[in-house]
Design a protein around this ligand. Structure first.
Ligand code: PEP
Ligand code: CO
Length: 448
């Protein structure tokens, strides 16, 4: 038997795994991945668990955002910087709105693999393997590109390493200074189309000047913690990068700080749940609208048997039309069991549409409606709406409909760059955070 039962998953059904073209390349790649340095360290992972424990108990808020699927070509300095910038800008607004510390986390430095509804894609009379993310094959629609090539796992590792290096440099090297981030937000609210957010922006401005007048100039203003996360999907990547920490003597997935299990791979008797139950990292599980209370309780028993604070995050993705009906019973059932996971909302994956001109899109208003539903449900139950999980980019793409720029179906053709799901662009992301912050401010005024 493998140490800690880390290899038990081999006896279980593992959904969404690629059929690799070459078994020898796979074996060599796994052997190399088992020897490369860890991307993240056990101590950082433990710190994140503590931060998430604070959020689960109502004393912090989690903001998790980034691409649906990262790509190797887009791992450029500019694009990584823009994404970090967007998350930091949103975090300042949310921090003001909630009066709570905001834990910042990217869907970054590892989000290179995607579950698919079908193993194949057909265009015209050609059928090829589906694109499964850059860690598996390439997006271009030809037989060579779509070959499932395990050597790409190595490139996913190296691209994650360089992304993470830049994240660490940006967030600790002065770039993330709170005053600087606030100045960027002024660029957003100075734009006449965002006029409605001016008053909140002025309130934040006053708070900043108050802090400066007080002489507050701590290290916390100049740098920030930033964690990375991705869906733990490919066993051939996660298993070799899982290591026994020399200090705690426990297994850690060193591919990212936080790993989540997707809606399509969260079967209780499946490989993903079993494998990830053995690592010490804080875990997320996506919960769609068909989740029953029993499913949620069984996931808690399997993934968090000791009810460890910060261990488990439920990421609900119900859809705007369903969240108000489906979420309350889950929260109540889980609460009745005594468990206290962190609840966050993913307002993206339940709100997909296909436009008449053939784009996979989402309406900004639906996204916003699901977020509002999430806050309403928690407010009604007296529980903590602990965070947001969004697909976003720092660039001015046109993938989601609406927002203050009124992106319409025709505009989608201008700059649709996602290789997977549509992302909120820079401005839509900031707008979302301002709308959420306004809600939070109103709630806290109501309570005061
Ligand atoms: C995702 O987060 O990109 C994803 C595939 O989500 P879900 O598992 O919720 O469908
Ligand atoms: Co997605």
């Amino acid at each position: 038997m493998s140490e800690f039962g880390l290899d038990n998953y081999l006896n279980l059904e593992s959904k969404q795994q690629p059929n690799w073209a070459d078994a020898e390349v796979l074996a060599n790649t796994k052997a190399r991945l088992a020897k490369v340095p860890p991307l993240v360290f056990a101590g950082e992972v433990d710190t994140l668990r503590q931060r998430l424990a604070e959020a689960a108990s109502g004393k912090a808020f989690l903001l998790q955002g980034g691409d649906c699927a990262e790509t190797f070509v887009d791992a450029t300095a500019d694009q990584i910087r823009n994404r970090i910038k967007t998350v930091l800008q949103m975090a300042v607004v949310l921090m003001y709105g909630s009066s709570l510390p905001v834990i910042k986390m990217g869907r970054m430095a590892g989000q290179f693999a995607k579950p698919r509804s079908s193993d194949f894609e057909t265009r015209g009379d050609v059928t090829l393997p589906a694109y499964r993310g850059d860690a598996v094959n390439a997006y271009e629609f030809d037989a060579v590109s779509r070959t499932n090539d395990a050597s790409r796992l190595m490139q996913a590792y190296h691209t994650s390493a360089s992304t993470l290096n830049l994240i660490r440099a940006f967030t600790t090297g002065g770039f993330a200074d709170l005053r600087e981030v606030h100045a960027w937000n002024k660029g957003f609210t100075d734009n006449p189309i965002n006029k409605e957010y001016e008053s909140l922006a002025q309130d934040i401005d006053r708070a900043m000047r108050f802090m400066e007048a007080c002489g507050v100039d701590s290290a916390e203003l100049r740098s920030t913690e930033f964690f990375v996360s991705h869906e733990g999907l490919l066993m051939d990547y996660e298993r070799p990068l899982t290591r026994i920490d020399s200090r705690t003597h426990q297994p850690y997935a060193t591919s990212g700080h936080f790993i989540w299990i997707g809606e399509r791979t969260r079967q209780l008797d499946g490989a993903h749940v079993d494998f990830l139950s053995k690592v010490r990292n804080p875990l997320g599980v996506k919960l769609g609208p068909t989740t029953s209370v029993d499913d949620a309780l069984a996931l808690i028993d399997k993934l968090d048997p000791n009810r460890e604070p910060g261990r488990l995050t439920f990421i609900t993705r119900m859809g705007a039309g369903k969240i108000r009906d489906e979420l309350p019973k889950l929260i109540e059932g889980v609460r009745a069991s005594g468990a206290q996971p962190l609840w966050i909302t993913d307002p993206m994956h339940g709100n997909g549409i296909t436009t008449e001109n053939g784009y996979k899109s989402r309406r900004f208003d639906d996204v916003m409606d699901e977020v509002m539903g999430f806050f309403e449900v928690h407010r009604a139950l007296g529980t903590h709406p602990g965070g947001l999980h969004v697909e976003l980019t720092g660039d001015d793409v046109t993938e989601c409909l609406g927002g203050s720029e009124h992106i319409d179906e025709k505009a989608l053709a201008k700059r649709y760059e996602s290789v997977c799901d549509p992302r909120l662009n820079h401005m839509q992301s900031l707008e979302l955070s301002f709308l959420v912050a306004e809600q939070l401010v109103q709630t806290s005024r109501g309570q005061a």
